[in-house]
Design a protein around this ligand. Structure first.
Ligand code: FES
Length: 276
């Protein structure tokens, strides 16, 4: 049977583990440590409560067959007074305090995961950094693109000038023969064969960067969704539910390729269809 000292140790360990859990979470989290500390925090409370109950009620079951024999008032008052002063009572207070410490620290640790819910995304999932007049600049180098920068069959990844870190704005520009464009493509947004699509797969968001020129298809390496570049990035194979959005292209006064606005549809996975 666990002694009272053991019960106190179990509650104290549980409390410390709960505080440790909160600290680990604040420092960025570490799944193995979080799991171990949660186990100690919950296990400590469980072991402590079982030990305490056994101390109070003992291990054996006993049945008293006697009728109820109420005590007189004076003896009951005297008993209550002696209980107040007894060691048992002060021990109970101490253990109750430790139990409250263990449960309280666990409750504090449990509050931190609420932070993971984060702020609401608002409209950010529907927009990218592309604006009317944004120049198309290459990844890394930041070189602005001209209509003749790519040879026929060429492909390059671009971002809006000045916000090259916006991954949602990642775009592939491919140079195709304009005479081969299908009905799914908005030909007014194609400049000298340069056509631009979002690089984010509409399945679960992998970068779509593998271009097979003989079939004019863009391939997503994650689950092999394949998009027809000549026909508005229509899905011809794989689990992607919709085409890659096409970026409206134009040319500015200095002859550089620019966007005429943001994508007409949200890029990436079709989150707004969830739950329908
Ligand atoms: S993320 Fe592209 S096919 Fe799954």
């Amino acid at each position: 049977m666990i002694s009272y000292r053991g019960v106190g140790v179990a509650f104290a360990l549980s409390g410390l583990a709960g505080l440790g859990l909160a600290v680990v979470y604040i420092l960025g989290g570490q799944p193995q440590w979080e799991g171990a500390l949660l186990m100690v925090a919950l296990g400590g409370i469980g072991v402590g409560l079982i030990g305490w109950a056994k101390q109070l009620y003992g291990d054996s079951e006993e049945t008293d067959q006697r009728p109820v024999l109420p005590s007189a008032v004076e003896p009951r008052v005297a008993f209550a007074t002696s209980l107040e002063r007894s060691e048992e009572f002060s021990r109970r207070r101490g253990l109750t305090g430790l139990l409250a410490f263990a449960a309280g620290s666990l409750a504090v640790a449990a509050l931190f995961p609420l932070r993971s819910l984060g702020p609401t995304p608002g409209g950010t999932l529907r927009r990218t950094s592309w604006r009317r007049g944004s120049r198309l600049v290459t990844e890394g180098g930041g070189e602005p693109l001209r209509p003749d920068s790519l040879g026929r069959g060429g492909i390059v990844t671009v971002f809006p000038e000045g916000v090259e870190a916006d991954e949602d704005a990642a775009t592939v520009v491919i140079n195709v023969d304009p005479a081969q464009l299908g009905e799914g493509t908005n030909a007014e947004w194609v400049i000298d064969g340069n056509i631009a699509y979002s690089k984010i797969c509409t399945h679960v968001g992998c970068p779509v960067g593998l271009y097979r020129e003989p079939e004019h298809s863009l391939l997503c390496p994650c689950h092999q969704s394949t998009f027809d570049v000549l026909d508005g990035a229509r899905v011809v194979f794989g689990p992607a539910p919709r085409p890659l959005p096409q970026l409206p292209l134009g040319v500015d006064d200095e002859g550089f390729l620019i966007a005429l606005g943001d994508y007409p549809q949200p890029v990436g996975p079709s989150f707004w269809n969830r739950g329908r």
